[in-house]
Write a protein that binds this ligand. Sequence first.
Ligand code: PNS
Length: 163
Amino acid sequence: MHVVYPGSFDPFTNGHLDVAERASRLFDRVTVAVLENPAKRDRYLFSIEERLAIIRASTKHLPNVEVEAFHGLLAEYMRKKGLRVIVKGLRAVSDYEYELQMAHLNRQLNPEVETLFILAATRWAFVSSTMVKEIARYGGDVGRFVPPPAARALKAKFQGEER
Ligand code: PNS
């Protein structure tokens, strides 16, 4: 089965990597689909090219994982690709409400699509891209929370910035 693991991945964390690895063990093929939203470009720290490069470098040990950008509705992207399974990671109950809403709406937009949830490892339950960015912005070490390509990219981004 070929599944899609979508997200904004700004940046890709160890929690995301854990979900990608779990999916790669369960399914034949996993496409990590990175949301490119030109209208909200300033909302992201990393450009779509940077996010793709970080994820590709972080998943290169997983031969059945590929990475690409998508824009517009996820339900439409699934239709265009002819794929029917979305995989999303869940950390804690706090993720559930948002994910439930998206899964229901995606099902209404494309009734052929099922959303499956994979529980991220407990040690990553409190790691989020938002918190990681905040730690890195103030000079904290994020090496234990994100894969090395993301850690290097964060360091480069915030180097020389006023703290
Ligand atoms: O990083 P996230 O917040 O888990 O990613 C959310 C994402 C990218 C999967 C979601 O925002 C999305 O699918 N956006 C594309 C637009 C869309 O389809 N929106 C309607 C969802 S009901």
